[in-house]
Structure formats: structure tokens, C-alpha cells
Design a binder for this molecule. Sequence first.
Ligand SMILES: Cc1ncc(COP(=O)(O)O)c(C=O)c1O
Length: 389
Amino acid sequence: MTAKQARADLAYFGGRPVFAEELRVGTPNVPARDRYLKLVGEAIDRRWLSNRGPLVRDFESLASRRTLRAHNTATNNATTALQVAAKACGMRGEIIMPSFTFVATAHAMSWIGLTPVFCDVDPDTGTLDPVSVAKALSPRTGGILGVHIWGNLCDTVALDDVARGAGVPLLFDAAQAFGCRPLAPSPSGTTEVFSFHATKIVNCFEGGLVATDDTEVAARVRALHNFGFDEATEVAGPGTNAKMNESSAAMGIASVECMDDTLRVYRELHARYREGLSGVPGVAQMPDPPGQTHNHQYVVLRVDPARAGLDRDRLAAVLDAENIRTKKYFWPACHRMRPYRTDPVHTPVDLSATEQLSARVLALPTGLSVSPQDVDQICDVISAAVRYA
Ligand SMILES: Cc1ncc(COP(=O)(O)O)c(C=O)c1O
């Protein structure tokens, strides 16, 4: 390993980049290429390419072992799955959600005529703060949408209490949380939406899943995602086309079959980063939340500029010069984005934890295309950046 021993060794100051090729956050995992090609070849031979073919049904069954929910419906992505699930749960009017999330959470709701109302998050987990949610409730509230950000599960029990007290439906955006499960039982009737976008730990090229323990919600999801056709193949009401296709399901099956190996790699890289950065002042990995299993899909740093001597943006620039492409997940927060920043209806409560997290967090490359030695090099750059800040 070429260590950055002097300030001038950093590419930011003219040294040679540590990586000749870019290292990115979210490079797609393709753990079982041959298995995918075999499955997709069989689908082509069957001439059954969409409309709940055998591969979609197999994928749903394999996925159900990870979601641990009774009913699982695969979709073409998580954005449409969120819309279908919101309608199936009876959401209406204003939807309380975190601003600290990928913008798809907010857009999915606003695209179907619902109004995102942003609340603050827990500063350590980045998940929706139930106290902030309670403050934002109003007679116009028609649903609560929690986000299991970075795979950190929301306080589902507290949010369920708030939702039941207000008499509104509760839904979870679990796009980043496939493989993350609570150790305690979930509140009854929980509904969650997962993403299998190419950048996710398990991918279907593009894909999503609505997983629910509520039988009635499940039946509505099945109909809504397929033009409104019910089990009797009659059109029960308006619907959309959010169906997963067979090629996506083949990729999903191939990925989920070797998910335990994938999870092990992510876990080991996560631990290696934690160890590699343990002595670096002002730069720390976000804590692992207790009470759940984790997919460690994201390695997220929180940079304290007063202690590190440089801020998150400067650290990102130093890493960028070394061909280490990081992501400011999530900056800007949704309430700072153009569609949501002017109308005060979106921001009734204080969002200071969101503002602070959004200014300080940085996601680092991880996944099947990142080696333990890559992690050592990245940690070396980060500690040099702080040393010479
Ligand atoms: C929190 C969150 N919600 C929703 C989505 C949208 O997922 P998809 O790309 O499958 O539509 C993503 C995707 O990255 C996400 O991270």
C-alpha cells in the first residue's frame, strides 16, 4: 500500500491519485452472472416475459424469506411501489415524512397528488423522529411515511403509536433496508417498500417490492400494480402498470440466492472501515443501531469540522482527487430542493437535526467491487486529509 506520508502525496495537493480508476458508491453487484443468464434464457424459451411469470413468483417467494412479511408483490421499481402502497393503505392529503431521504420518497407522494410534510430525524440513526411527527400532525394529515435510511430501521413501535393515535395509515420506505430486520416483532399490519435498483445490495437492474402483513392491503396492491385487475381478472378500479418483468426477476433471484455471501462482504468492509478510521479525530462512522440485523449497504461518515479541521465538502474533494467518488447522502435534504422549498406547507416543524446531518455525512465506496485493500487505502487518504487539514 502506498501511504500518504506527506501533504504533497495527496492528489488534492498535486500527488499521484491512489486509484488509477474511479471507485464509486453503488457500483452494481453482479454476484451470479451465469445463473442470471440461465434463468433469463429459460424465460425467453418459455416466451413468458412479464405478467407475473414463474420467475417473478419465485423471486417474491425468495424475497419473503428476507422481508419476513406475509404478502410480497414485486414491482418495476420502488418509486411506483411507494405510490401503489400509499394508495393501497388509504393515504390522502398531507403525508408526514422525513426530509432526510432520497427525493424519490417525496416525489412518489407528490406525483399522486399527496403533499409531503417534512419532519426531523434522530441525529444518530437519521430516521424519522416520532416526537417531531407528533408536532406536525394536523387535521390535514392523511398518512405517515417512515424511511429506514441507510438500512437503519425507524422506531416502528413509536411511529405506530403516533399513527394509531391520529387514525392515519403508516407506511415504511425500506428501499435501502433489504436484509435489515427488527429483532422484536413489528407492529401488526406493517407495510414496507423495498428497492432493487442496480445500486442496491440485491438488484433486479430495476425493481421494487411491497411487503405487508395486512391481507387487505396486499389484495389492493396486487390489483393496483396491475391496471386494477383483481384476482377474478376483473377491473376493480383504476390501477397502474408497476409489474416486475421476468428478466428483472431473474437478476433478483440470482442475487438473492447468494445474499448471505454478499452480506458477509459488506459486513467485513464495514468493520474494516470502522477499524481503519478509529483513531482519526472528527471523522466517525455512523453508529450501528441496536435491536436489528443490518445489511451494511452504506458506509456513512459523519464529519465534525471543528475536530477534523476540515468539513465534509473538503474531505469529499480530497477523496475525489484520489478517484474516490463519494456521495453526500443526503444533501440537500428534500425541503431544500426547488419543488419543496418555497411553500411553507412542507416545513411546519424545526429541521435542525436534518440540517446538521445533511451538512456532515458522506457515503464511501463499498460492495462487491471494493476490496479490503481498497478500504485500507481510503482510510489512509482520510487520515492524511485530517492530518494535513
Ligand atoms: C430511500 C429511497 N426511497 C426510494 C427510492 C427509489 O427507489 P427506486 O430507484 O427503486 O425507484 C430510493 C432509491 O434509491 C431510496 O433510496
